[in-house]
Design a protein around this ligand. Structure first.
Ligand SMILES: CC(C)(COP(=O)(O)OP(=O)(O)OC[C@H]1O[C@@H](n2cnc3c(N)ncnc32)[C@H](O)[C@@H]1OP(=O)(O)O)[C@@H](O)C(=O)NCCC(=O)NCCS
Length: 226
């Protein structure tokens, strides 16, 4: 990121775009953002009952299984989840989303209010947070930047609520590739924690860090609410 704050660099980039990619000295300059722009072919849509079989299929993918359990013998991710029931149990504090690339489902997300969500998965936790889970189901869609766009869309969705102060996530402590992914997005580790049998490394992204890391995303939702 350029020194001097995200908003400033975003404006400079916009000016470069306006100037037809020529700098003030007439040299060709590259169009740079603080971050890559989001992939416009990816959208998040609410999950419905008709997605249950898709989610069940993704639960059998080895990369999804290893992200959800340290049991090397596991044959399924989210072993306690029966998707028709999970999907039926959605409410204003617990929603599943499907990410689509050019209209084709590629992955899923869950966004909850960990303080108000009915299963109290997070136990005692402060209000005004969102907890996010993400998994790309299609193996050939991994490592192509789609996860970053999915997370940025979800972060916009969460922070559009002005009362939300931070996002928390609970990757397995063993899921070091996911830690790297989250840290690149600005999350910081806050501590190791057991959720049932799962040994997790909780990470957090505060609103102010999101605003400075993704100023263009913050500006976009601000513009949408004005
Ligand atoms: C974590 C995840 C959402 C990242 O999405 P993505 O589109 O693959 O990520 P990007 O292309 O933006 O970034 C790739 C980075 O993701 C990380 N990553 C994590 N798991 C990965 C996997 N199974 N395959 C490829 N990359 C993975 C890597 O750190 C990679 O960085 P690198 O290219 O420098 O090695 C996705 O890889 C995934 O769904 N993994 C399996 C489920 C999971 O781990 N979910 C998180 C549970 S908390």
């Amino acid at each position: 990121m350029l020194a001097g704050g995200g908003d400033y660099s975003f404006l400079v980039d916009l000016i470069d775009v306006e100037m037809g990619r020529k700098g003030s000295l007439g040299r060709q300059v590259s169009v740079r953002f603080d971050r890559n722009p989001m992939n416009p072919d990816i959208v998040l849509r609410p999950a419905s009952q008709s997605d249950a079989s898709l989610l069940e299929r993704w639960d059998r993918q080895p990369h999804v299984i290893s992200a959800t359990t340290d049991d090397p013998a596991a044959e399924k991710a989210f072993v306690d989840a029966y998707w028709p029931d999970e999907l039926a149990a959605q409410d204003e504090h617990n929603e599943y989303l499907i990410a689509e690339l050019c209209g084709q489902p590629i992955g899923a997300m869950q966004i909850i209010d960990p303080h108000l969500e009915s299963t109290h998965y997070w136990g005692e936790i402060q209000p005004n947070l969102c907890a996010i889970d993400i998994w790309i189901g299609e193996p050939d869609c991994l490592g192509r930047g789609y996860g970053e766009t999915m997370m940025r869309l979800a972060l916009q969705r969460c922070f559009a609520d002005p009362t939300v102060t931070a996002i928390v996530i609970d990757p397995l402590a063993s899921n070091v590739r996911a830690h790297k992914f989250y840290r690149r997005l600005g999350f910081t580790p806050v501590g190791r924690r057991k959720f049932g049998d799962d040994d997790c490394l909780v990470h957090e992204l505060k609103r102010q860090n999101w605003r400075s890391n993704f100023s263009e995303d913050a500006i976009a939702i601000q513009a949408g609410t004005e």
